[in-house]
Design a protein around this ligand. Structure first.
Ligand code: SF4
Length: 362
């Protein structure tokens, strides 16, 4: 069972449509220049929806200006989401331009006393509301509570195709179990809402990436989730866009969307020249990225004959290097067929030429 399609600005989610990527700015929203810049960076990296904090009068006044500048720069496709806590209804009532310039209002009912008033503002302005509970700010049965809030929003008059639900938790196992239960409950009640999924406060570095990927990946594989976000703390000097890259990789790994060439490469081992092999993989990877229209391309770079032929035959274009103790000939496969044998110092250059030629006539 699928939810109805939910239109958020120019973005559509739910109803079995491809899973959409969301991100969130970490600039002060009142800093218009910096926020516009980050919205553009996130969108260019692949985030179709960008959420921003609207926590005070200065940020409420800034948002219409941010929307105007983005539109003028040709970024009118970005769906903007306002993140409200505690004072959302006050700001939305006081600033009509704010109310109109965002496409979705995000409310955490545990932090918003005027839930019904908030919903009424969304109805009057024909906007979507994400009703999100977070275990960091809610004690109790989070699944039962979110469905009660959704019911309350519908009773207030908000249509089901204007509602997105989310359950946030920083514990991956809880997160998976809660969503599985929510999905079961929705099916049982025959009321399916669009879902935004994302492990919250996932941490930094490898820990954040792995926990987010495992948690969201398991749900997406079961068909749970219409939009995703990866909430990792950026490392020092690390771009906010890293979380978008992780989302893209999760979706591509699961075969849900394609964003660029996929490369199968073995880890290398004592059978192959480590330095040469690693350089080769890196250079082929970088080279393939320039083919923006080859999003579904599958390449393989393998280090020796042990698993090389099998993996190379599965790829669109592949190269199998010789192991140290094999005859020093690299073999090239195109669409599963052995097409070329390369020798000498120019193996990489010749392979890249074959790659270019094959992709240009593809
Ligand atoms: S394919 Fe060959 S080089 Fe690569 S990891 Fe396997 S055995 Fe090692």
């Amino acid at each position: 069972m699928k939810s109805e399609i939910v239109k958020i600005g120019k973005v559509q989610i739910g109803g079995g449509l491809p899973v959409v990527i969301q991100s969130m700015t970490d600039t002060h929203t009142s800093d218009i220049g910096a926020t516009v810049q980050q919205c553009i960076e996130l969108y260019d990296a692949g985030a179709e929806m960008v959420r921003m904090t609207i926590n005070d009068e200065a940020s409420a006044k800034a948002v219409p200006e941010i929307r105007k500048i983005l539109d003028a720069k040709g970024y009118n496709d970005i769906a903007l989401i306002g993140d409200f806590h505690f004072n959302g209804h006050i700001l939305l009532n006081k600033y009509p331009l704010l109310t109109k310039s965002i496409d979705k209002y995000r409310i955490n009912p545990a932090n918003e006393k005027s839930f019904e008033e908030f919903i009424r503002i969304a109805i009057e302005n024909d906007k979507v509301v994400r009703i999100g509970l977070n275990k960091g700010s809610f004690d109790g049965d989070i699944v039962k509570a979110i469905l009660q809030y959704a019911e309350k929003a519908e009773k207030t008059g908000l249509k089901r195709n204007k509602i997105v639900l989310s359950l946030k938790s920083s514990d991956a196992v809880d997160f998976i179990k809660d969503h599985e239960r929510l999905s079961e409950e929705m099916k049982k009640n025959k009321k399916i809402y669009a879902l935004h999924i994302g492990l919250t406060e996932a941490g930094t570095g490898i820990q954040g990436i792995v926990s987010s990927s495992v948690a969201t990946g398991i749900l997406l594989q079961k068909g749970i989730g219409d939009t995703i976000r990866v909430s990792i703390t950026p490392g020092k000097n690390e771009s906010r866009t890293k979380e978008v890259e992780v989302c893209k990789n999760i979706l591509q790994t699961l075969g849900l969307r394609n964003f660029g060439p996929h490369i199968t490469s073995c880890p290398g081992c004592g059978r192959t020249n480590k330095k040469y092999f690693q350089e080769m993989v890196e250079k082929i990877n970088d080279h393939a990225k320039k083919y923006k229209n080859a999003k579904d391309l599958h390449l393989a770079v393998m280090g020796c004959v042990v698993n090389g032929p099998g993996e190379c035959k599965k790829a669109d274009i592949a190269i199998m290097l010789p192991g140290d103790q094999e005859k020093q000939t690299a073999q090239v496969y195109i669409k599963g067929k052995l097409t070329n044998s390369l020798n000498g110092k120019n193996i990489l250059k010749e392979f890249l030429e074959i790659l270019d030629k094959t992709l240009q006539i593809r």
